[in-house]
Ligand binder design. Sequence first.
Ligand code: GRF
Length: 199
Amino acid sequence: GRLVVLVSGTGSNLAALLAAHEDPAFGGRVVAVVADRPDIKALEIAHAAGVPTAVVALRDFEDRAAWDRALTEAVAVFSPDLVVLAGFMKLVGKPFLDRFENRIVNTHPALLPSFPGAHGVRDALAYGVTVSGCSVIVVDGGIDAGPILAQEAVPVLPDDDESSLHERIKVVERALLVDVVGRIARDGLTVEGHRARIG
Ligand code: GRF
């Protein structure tokens, strides 16, 4: 299936998806990478892999609604079968959700429904949890509130800071994301079916 990956940062999840698409059995192919800002490592990774990119930056538009429409079009031109938010740090709006309904997944570095939002790792650490982890969910109109497709636990060590915990989570997260995206690329995304398949 045709994968369009949305990014905002270092692109380690993108890199894992690009590595997976070298394996014909993966079932997905990253056909484009779309960012909400220029000059990020994720775009360098896409360029190095010869994958088309687009940047849709909020500051280039007169308001949020115009940005939402532009982002939707920028992704739609690549005819995605599945849109993967991989470290994308913006909430996608209604036009986007309507256009790609039930074909958007997101990865979050915490065990949802705990610690949703932009600082899941920091919030989990501050709360004092001894176990955190990562979640791959279907994106709906909420903030990290969509149906859960997969999760994996990651231990929190006593001397962890946000960076050390996030790095430990990211090792697990990128493997989980590749596994879920591959399964959807091969079998399609039906949340009920997906959950049923996990058993
Ligand atoms: C990931 O942990 C993602 O869950 C979070 O930010 C990180 C992005 O990492 N939103 P990268 O850009 O894929 O390296």
